[in-house]
Design a protein around this ligand. Structure first.
Ligand SMILES: Cc1cc2nc3c(=O)[nH]c(=O)nc-3n(C[C@H](O)[C@H](O)[C@H](O)COP(=O)(O)OP(=O)(O)OC[C@H]3O[C@@H](n4cnc5c(N)ncnc54)[C@H](O)[C@@H]3O)c2cc1C
Length: 566
């Protein structure tokens, strides 16, 4: 018997839904698998906007957008991928608009565009400061329309393994969160769109669901992960909750102040100031805080001079978040902020159509590393990547699956039996520690030892800590809930295993990268970028239960690395 579907999409955030829509429209029988209801996916939390060179506010072009992205990536982005990205982005924005995205408009009635960090022109399209919410609702409407035409959504279904048969990916093993029990869903192609892994760090903007599941599933199948050491720290996450305050606040003119009331970015980035790239602003803030010029481990984001009208019109969500979670109204008081783990530039290595080295397996969105963002992502480029590369992965997977359907799924039954025995084993552990103990230690120690600034001895200590945590995890953790319905105790224990594997890859790659590039900053031993030795991607592959490191050339088209100026 052939597979149940042509294309399976694991994940229903912006990348997954965009991929599923495209695959369906190209004639594939599509099923979407998501551990959350689609509209609860983390993409919905995105605030500030989405980048495309429309040129509505000032002159702009895809070439300028590409150059800014290459420079922002600290030259680690693959330039052919970046050129495709910036050339196709405007068309994708207009399509979203035609589908019903209520983007904010300028006085001429065109789509408004705001300045974002390290962008040479105001090119961030936005819907006030709830851009992700608007995108996810519109994509879900489009998905629902196609559900009436046969597209299937397995929502609240937790994927935990990929099925490989004769060198091809032919299915996904899931745990049914609603009813309990293992399901094997078969397909001729699979697209991973499971998002990032920010939950590796205690201070993060990422939701509880961002646990690197897709990266770890691919890794365990022998697939390479790329540039895993690069975790972006966003400069304005609120103290103490870690909730994001969008870069749009600085785009609209917000200042960063230290405890002396000084606008300290004048010293670190005299030209770009608060709109320098995120790695630069996060490092500047951390330097201020470590030098004792912070307040409670934070600096202040001051919007007061923007005036009530602008704050209420352009940044209403940020104001509400600040009032609810920091107890300050930004119309009258500055918001305490500090850097927090935000976006993983690394991910499953794939080509410009999302294809991984395993036939039939594709990746798109934050789980993937194409690589558009290299060592540092520009604000607004991630949402755009989910849409443009989600669409491309959907197209490529559909064309492949329809042209070469998988002939058999002989492995599905064996995969089910194996997975059922494995889950039974997990639930059978009665003595040992609870998973959250390991998870808390992992999150705190990653923040302490692998944060904004990286020191060799701390990274090495962290590698040992993670090895120890992995050993403790392997000895067995106790899942107290033995039930079938919404057993989040079980799924969180599985997610912890993913986080530990991903952390091991990040540390190995970080220790070996003896330079400072983008989000990987080693000011104490290797303060400079070293293009001679490290203008290359780190590749992490799983061998005998541990990561193995190798390197891959960066694809360059027209931009040679230049000195960074701020
Ligand atoms: C607070 C915040 C604000 C941001 N603001 C911006 C912004 O303004 N502009 C910008 O460009 N970028 C922004 N970003 C980044 C951007 O939002 C994300 O990188 C992007 O939305 C990720 O989309 P995704 O579709 O790849 O993943 P997600 O939206 O995280 O979706 C992942 C999906 O995978 C599913 N999933 C995960 N694991 C499993 C599993 N094991 N089984 C089944 N399903 C699974 C989840 O249910 C979910 O549906 C922001 C990020 C954060 C955290």
């Amino acid at each position: 018997m052939g597979p149940a579907y042509d294309v399976l999409v694991v994940g229903a955030g912006c990348a997954g839904m965009r991929a599923a829509i495209e695959a369906h429209d190209r004639g594939a029988r599509v099923a979407v698998i998501s551990k959350l209801h689609p509209t609860r996916s983390h993409s919905g939390a995105a605030e500030g906007g989405i980048n495309a060179a429309l040129g509505n506010t000032a002159e702009d072009s895809p070439e300028k957008h590409a150059f800014d992205t290459v420079k922002g990536s600290d030259y680690l982005g693959d330039q052919d991928a970046i050129e495709i990205f910036t050339a196709e982005a405007p068309g994708d924005i207009y399509q979203l608009e035609h589908w019903g995205c209520v983007f904010s408009r300028n006085d001429e009635g065109r789509l408004a565009q705001r300045p974002f960090g390290a962008a040479g022109s105001p090119r961030t399209v936005y819907a006030a400061d709830i851009t992700g919410h608007v995108l996810i609702q519109v994509l879900y409407e489009q998905l629902q329309k196609r559900m009436a035409e046969g597209l299937v959504v397995f929502e609240e279904s937790f994927a935990f393994r990929l099925v490989e048969e004769d060198g091809r990916c032919t299915g996904v093993v899931c745990w049914d969160l609603l009813r309990g029990g293992v399901q094997v869903i078969t397909g001729s192609a699979v697209i991973l769109a499971t998002g990032g892994a920010g939950r590796l760090f205690r201070a993060t903007t990422n939701a509880y669901a961002c646990t690197g599941d897709g990266m770890a599933m691919a890794l365990r199948l022998g697939l390479p992960l790329k540039d895993m050491e690069f975790m972006q720290f966003h400069p304005t996450t609120m103290y103490p909750s870690g909730i994001l305050i969008t870069e749009g606040c600085r785009g609209e003119g917000g200042y960063l102040l230290n405890k002396e009331g000084e606008r300290f970015m004048k010293r670190y980035a005299p030209n770009a100031l608060e709109l320098a790239s995120r790695d630069v602003v996060s490092r500047s803030e951390t330097t201020e805080i470590e030098a004792g010029r912070g307040i409670n481990g934070s600096v202040m984001l001051d919007l007061r001079h923007l005036g009530a009208e602008k704050i209420l019109n352009r940044l209403p969500g940020s104001r509400e978040l600040a009032m609810t979670y920091a107890g300050v109204d930004p119309i009258y008081e500055p918001i305490p902020v500090r850097p927090g783990a935000h976006y993983h530039m690394g991910g499953v290595s794939c080509d410009n159509w999302g294809l991984t080295p395993l036939e039939g397996l594709y990746a798109a969105g934050e789980v993937a590393c194409v690589s558009v963002h290299g060592a540092n992502r520009l604000g607004g480029n991630s949402l755009m990547e989910t849409i443009t590369f989600g669409r491309r992965a959907g197209q490529a997977a559909a064309e492949y699956a329809v042209a070469s359907p998988a002939s058999a799924n002989g492995h599905a039954e064996a995969a089910r039996a194996d997975a059922e025995a494995w889950v039974k084993g997990l639930l059978g552990v009665t003595e040992g520690e609870r998973p959250w103990q390991i998870r808390d230690e992992l999150g705190q120690s990653m923040l302490d030892n692998f944060g904004v600034f990286r020191r060799a001895e701390k990274m090495e200590a962290q590698e040992e800590i993670v090895a120890g945590l992995r050993e403790r995890y392997a000895r067995g953790v106790v899942i107290e809930d033995k039930g079938d319905v919404f057993n989040s105790d079980l799924t969180q224990a599985i997610e912890l295993g993913y986080l530990l594997d991903v952390a091991a890859c990040m540390l190995q790659a970080g220790i070996a990268r003896k330079e400072s590039r983008g989000a990987h900053s080693r000011p104490y031993d290797f303060p400079d970028r070293d293009d001679e030795r490290f203008l290359k991607h780190s590749i992490s592959t799983w061998r005998d239960g541990a990561p193995e490191l190798s390197y891959q050339e960066v694809r360059m088209t027209q931009w040679e690395p230049m000195e960074r100026t701020y």
